[in-house]
Design a protein around this ligand. Structure first.
Ligand SMILES: C[S@@+](CC[C@H](N)C(=O)[O-])C[C@H]1O[C@@H](n2cnc3c(N)ncnc32)[C@H](O)[C@@H]1O
Length: 271
């Protein structure tokens, strides 16, 4: 009898199809490792801005205004955006006349960085790096603010990622991250109830954590690192010279992305 075998084959094919849909479409490779995530974002980078444009309309009110206010006491703040994608956050912050500092933005997808580069290149106050969020190529306590939007659910160990974000944040510095709430049940271990998230944050040297709704897919989390912020940030430093120092670019895999500095120097591997 061939019919039972056909039935088994149909059930197996359906199960595989559903799994692939979950693994590649709904969770965008989040459980298949960094390389798959990077590959999927490389492939979809050209469409990303079109798809996301609707949720970006209110970035000024939700993200930029509150951050600029928090940084207002610091001259030339230095900001890090982890998982910058197509440069949505740096472009919005640099486009705000009140922000005088500099931004480092990193991502594991070169396709996304290519679009980010087009968006921020005219400012000359933003540097892009191709690098994984879990090994940030920066020393402890460097940044006045560290931002990571819509990205933590893609990293294999979110608690470790948060630890790394907080490590590079300076005393009193501002942390801004997002927590997935839409389709959260499809992201086991990567999307958190408020209590779980608060418990994760409490493991880090943070104070004044505030969790509030952002949109139907994400909550926002604001917090400050323990300690007192300095009045002058690192945002006026010569970033290219700084990055070239081996003790600063301390991860062997990190690559500057795009032309660097007035001399337009490229590093091998940058596109
Ligand atoms: C949904 S997009 C968000 C992009 C941007 N933050 C925004 O709000 O538009 C997620 C981004 O995280 C990046 N990403 C995923 N895993 C990463 C990792 N481990 N390290 C660095 N970037 C990562 C992806 O390449 C992608 O660009």
């Amino acid at each position: 009898m061939i019919w039972p075998w056909i039935a088994v084959a149909v059930v197996a094919a359906t199960a595989i199809g559903i799994w692939l849909y979950w693994a590649l479409s709904i969770t965008e490779g989040a459980y298949l490792g960094r390389r798959v995530v990077a590959l999927l974002y490389d492939w979809t980078s050209a469409r990303y801005d079109r798809v996301k444009a609707i949720t970006w309309r209110q970035d000024g009110a939700w993200l930029i205004d509150p951050l600029v206010q928090r940084l207002s006491g610091i001259k030339d703040p230095l900001v890090l955006d982890v998982g910058t994608g197509t440069g949505r956050f740096p472009a919005a912050l640099l486009g705000d006349g009140r922000f005088s500092g500099q931004i480092w933005a990193l991502d594991i997808s070169r396709g996304m960085l290519r679009h980010a580069y087009e968006r921020v290149k005219s400012y000359n106050r933003c540097r892009l790096v191709w690098q994984d969020a879990d090994t940030l190529p920066f020393p402890d306590g460097l940044f006045d603010a560290v931002v990571c939007l819509e990205t933590i659910e893609f990293t294999p160990r979110p608690q470790h990622t948060i630890h790394e974000l907080v490590r590079v944040l300076g005393p009193g510095g501002t942390l801004l991250i997002s927590n997935r709430i839409g389709r959260a049940r499809w992201f086991p271990g990567r999307a958190y109830h408020d209590e779980e998230l608060s418990a994760m944050l409490s493991k880090e040297p943070l104070r004044d954590a505030l969790i509030h709704n952002w949109n139907s897919f994400y909550d926002l989390v604001w917090a400050n690192k323990l300690g007192r912020a300095t009045a002058v940030g690192h945002g006026a430093d010569d970033l290219e010279a700084w990055l070239r120092k081996p003790e600063h670019l301390n991860s062997g895999t990190a690559e500057p992305y795009g032309p660097w500095g007035e001399h337009g120097s490229h590093k091998a591997g940058a596109q």
